[in-house]
Unconditional design. Structure first.
Length: 163
């Protein structure tokens, strides 16, 4: 018997709907083509040609979704990714900047043009460009977390003599 993909779990499919509906609410656009069953939309988002990540609203928010591009980019499998505090996607020296960006998104609803450095599990740094960051809400407009999507990034190589 084949194991069901993580994105096909009913809890994840519900989260995907919150992601998609919230993205449409804030931006007025669709993140992916919205047609077919919830499972089809879940698979479409997981397989999208751009990164999508999200975290909850815990005091130290933990990643709760990453599509295939995001998992590959951060060099993690689903179980590890979804146990990772989202602050660990950046280096400690960038935590204040990240917090400022998340606060701005929380206040404004979304940011259409975020740019920032992120770090993979192995320590590789990459620059995210033109990311959209948005608040994820339920059907009653209660804030559930935040998400980001981007299709442009580039690997940052360490300066000469550093690594």
């Amino acid at each position: 018997m084949t194991e069901k993909p993580r994105w096909a779990d009913p809890t994840i499919l519900e989260w995907v709907q919150f992601l998609l509906n919230s993205y449409r609410h804030w931006t007025g656009q669709e993140l992916i083509e919205r047609q077919g069953s919830l499972a089809q939309e879940g698979e479409r988002l997981f397989s999208a040609p751009f990164a999508v990540v999200s975290h909850g609203i815990e005091e130290d928010p933990v990643l709760n979704y990453g599509n295939l591009i995001a998992l590959r980019l951060w060099e993690m499998e689903w179980p590890e990714f979804t146990r990772t505090p989202s602050r660990l996607t950046t280096e400690p020296m960038n935590w204040m900047e990240r917090e400022s960006m998340l606060h701005r998104a929380a206040t404004e609803g979304f940011i259409p043009d975020y740019k920032g450095v992120r770090i993979t599990r192995s320590g590789q740094r990459f620059l995210v460009e033109r990311a959209t960051v948005w608040n994820v809400m339920d059907h009653h407009q209660n804030r559930l977390g935040q998400a980001a999507s981007f299709s442009t990034w580039r690997v940052l190589h360490p300066p000469e003599g550093k690594g």
